[in-house]
Ligand binder design. Sequence first.
Ligand code: ADP
Ligand code: MG
Length: 338
Amino acid sequence: MGIIHELPVELSNQIAAGEVIERPASVVKELVENSIDAQATQVLITIQQAGLKLIEVNDNGKGISSDDVEVAFLPHTTSKIANDRDLFNIRTLGFRGEALASIASISKLMVLTSTDGKSAVRAKYSGNELVKKETFARSKGTTITVEDMFFNTPARLKYVKSLHTELNKIVDIVDRLAMGHPDISFRLINEGKDLVWTSGNDNLQQTIAGIYGRTIASHMLEFENSDPDYEIHGFFSKPDTTRSNRSYISLILNGRYIRNFQLTNAVIRGYGSKLMVARFPVAVIDIKMDPSLVDINVHPTKQEVRLSNEGHIGDLISEGIKNRLSDQNLIPDAVKNL
Ligand code: ADP
Ligand code: MG
């Protein structure tokens, strides 16, 4: 008799969860991305014990219908893509249909949602099984509550670092999601204390101020360098405001925070010899381009993306920064002080 058999769904979900859900910050990222995809304008994230005890994401987006509540938490269920054409033309942050199923498999999960602000549904899951569904009341939108993350996968809990580290990772994720969406108000509360709060008034510089502080944001320079295919806009610090690592350089591509070595270097290259050795600027670069020219489907967490024409985009970024810096130098101090 053969020894190969199919894995129980529960187990295969826990294995899949390992790829997407490494730590509390991954849950925050997936849930908030879902709120953004649901066209929310306000997203409130409440956490306890750096997310290990509780992560609750509350949005005013379009909500999940009562029928969909039954399937949204199954593996590979999504409302965002339907065929291979969609896969190569992705306009949403999510599309893999894996996040909710993965989160449900490693935590105690509850959803409260309404598509019209009149009737609402509250559902509880155990593993990926819907164990309770009842009618309820709430305004339009969705609240997803994740408790006791990794309670059934203690080995994974071991990889979680200190609460302090985990909390920093959550703040970092919310910061970058907020910078990618200045038109959405984000608020992060940990143990009753506000850690991030952006206004959602669609002003990138004010959003940066909500994250890095007013002083830094108000001294940043704005630039734009676009061509028919790529729209590039951003803010960057003057060469005298620097940090000791590259993590203050944020790249936002079509509303998605991405990591890309070549484009990060393009930002630095724009400063020429104006930066001191081993010092890096604070910058937020917003890139808009045709989604069909981006391959997001490279890694489950979707932060690494492949771009056709990366070199050209890099040149637009570094040229834009370089030109803006040289304009700045043309203005004599006497005039600047007027
Ligand atoms: P994906 O985002 O890749 O589609 P998820 O597992 O994250 O997969 O979510 C599954 C589906 O549940 C989504 O496609 C969406 O239809 C629905 N959904 C999840 N979160 C929300 C939310 N906050 N508001 C409205 N719909 C949601
Ligand atoms: Mg999703």
